[in-house]
Ligand binder design. Structure first.
Ligand SMILES: NC(=O)N[C@@H](CC(=O)O)C(=O)O
Ligand SMILES: [Zn+2]
Ligand SMILES: [Zn+2]
Length: 448
């Protein structure tokens, strides 16, 4: 028997719901896990009344790009810590990428993740299936089996499938089963040992560079394959100015392509990478390897001002559909080395909403409605789930976001095991006050 769920009344919040175009002060009544009513003034005896005056009440954020590291790398993150970090960041549903150990290339691993996430009871977790067995790029994984186990998409994230014919076959299956293809675009041969953007900063540090072409060439290829197969292509973590123009052009041609941008790619450039002066261990008389703060190392890398400007305009003009985090936790030890040796990736679940609000909404690029579209409504549409909408009758996955609080990001407040962020100490505006999943409060800001 299922427990009777609390009835909750959220009063006086600014309800922002892209599905209906609603943007007004309303009360929201939550009963039995679903939105029962949204009206001007609801008078109803409830188990709990929440005062949301001055706050946005939005459909819970949906992160299309998260690395939970479980199974296999539980020292970096687990399904539990990741799902709790998610709701702390206002995310009620997250998509988990398959580059775990073992790789998620069969229904058993999908079931493992889904079952474990249910026992945690924080964010909803949807596992994404790998395109190829073991992400080896040689033969296709059990896509049909994983579709039956409930994957909403396939992805080879962490790399691209370099064999275009094999990728084409995967896209044909994705089209047949009507699931999305989430594409990490990187021509691995062209990377040639690069670890940051190919520019003056890389040259100054004496490090190999990653050109925009590394990404753009595969974006162009994948758009063509989507056109040829009819598969729904979603481009992960776009970082270049040409990604925006290619997506714009493809959409004009009627190709089924959507695209995501990560907060770090619209907030920082390679100029922001904090350099560390080389030091010498005087006792051992050896140079210490550190060259720059590895919390600025991620894939794709931080690009230039022109790229950042194009990404912001692409989001503003709705060429770019989604804001996703690419939450990629690593341990302190993993990252405590050099730009050359450290793994790529930074955490993002707990800083995405405030960075989006600060950089894009206060920065004049997005309306609060567009923020809700790109962080909730559009992701739900792209993966085909009945979420991202807080109309009566819909599941009550809701975030209450305070747009007035200004504070300093403190990585020690994260629920994630990962502390690898370049945003520690950054001043931002906008804070998640409360997160509801299935009509139950799963995160609450204790400071207020
Ligand atoms: N983005 C990253 O820098 N790293 C990701 C892989 C990926 O998203 O490509 C990871 O798994 O650590
Ligand atoms: Zn990737
Ligand atoms: Zn990723």
């Amino acid at each position: 028997m299922e427990e009777k769920k609390m009835t909750i009344l959220i009063k006086n919040g600014r309800v922002i719901n892209p599905a209906t175009g609603t943007d007004e002060t309303l009360d929201v009544l939550v009963e039995n896990g679903v939105v029962a009513r949204t009206e001007k003034s609801i008078k109803e005896k409830c188990d709990r009344v929440i005062d949301a005056k001055g706050c946005f009440v939005m459909p819970g954020f949906i992160d299309m790009h998260v690395h939970l590291r479980d199974p296999g790398f539980e020292q970096k993150e687990t399904i539990e810590t990741g799902a709790r970090a998610a709701v702390h960041g206002g995310f009620t549903t997250i998509l988990a990428m398959p580059n775990t150990k073992p790789v998620v290339d069969n229904p058993d691993v999908v079931n493992y993740v889904h079952n474990k996430a249910k026992t945690v009871g924080a964010a909803n977790v949807l596992q994404v299936g790998a395109v190829t067995k073991g992400q080896q790029g040689k033969e296709l994984s059990d896509i049909e089996g994983m579709v039956k186990a409930g994957i909403p998409a396939i992805s080879e994230d962490g790399k691209s499938v370099m064999n275009a014919q094999l990728y084409r076959e995967a896209m044909e299956l994705a089209a047949k089963y009507n699931i999305a293809v989430l594409a990490h675009c990187e021509d691995i041969n062209l990377v040639n040992g690069g670890v940051m953007n190919a520019d003056v900063n890389a040259r100054e540090l004496g490090l190999g560079g990653i050109t925009n072409s590394v990404e753009d060439i595969i974006i162009a290829r994948d758009i063509m394959l989507s056109r040829d197969t009819g598969a729904r292509l979603h481009l992960c973590h776009c970082s270049t100015k040409d990604s925006v123009s290619m997506v714009k052009h493809a959409k004009m041609e009627g190709i089924h392509v959507t695209a995501e941008v990560c907060p770090h790619h619209f907030t920082l450039t390679s100029d922001d990478i904090r350099k560390i002066e080389p030091t010498v261990d005087t006792e051992k008389k050896v140079a210490i390897e550190a060259d720059a703060d590895t919390n600025y190392k991620m894939n794709p890398p931080l690009r230039t001002k022109e790229d950042v400007q194009a990404l912001k305009e692409g989001l503003r003009d709705d060429v770019m559909d989604v804001i996703a985090t690419d939450h990629a936790p690593h341990t302190f030890e993993d990252k405590n080395t050099s730009m050359k040796s450290a793994p790529f990736g930074i955490v993002g679940l707990e800083t995405a909403a405030c960075l989006t609000y600060t950089e894009l909404v206060l920065g004049g690029y997005l309306t609060p409605m567009q923020m809700a579209e790109k962080m909730s409504y559009n992701p739900a549409k792209i993966i085909g789930i009945d979420k991202g909408d807080i109309e009566p009758g819909k599941v009550a996955d809701i975030v209450i976001f305070d747009p007035d609080e200004t504070y300093v990001i403190d990585k020690n407040t994260f629920f994630s095991k990962g502390r690898n962020t370049p945003f520690d100490g950054r001043k931002v505006t906008g804070k998640v006050r409360m997160t509801l999943v299935n009509g139950q409060v799963v995160y609450e800001d204790k400071e207020k």
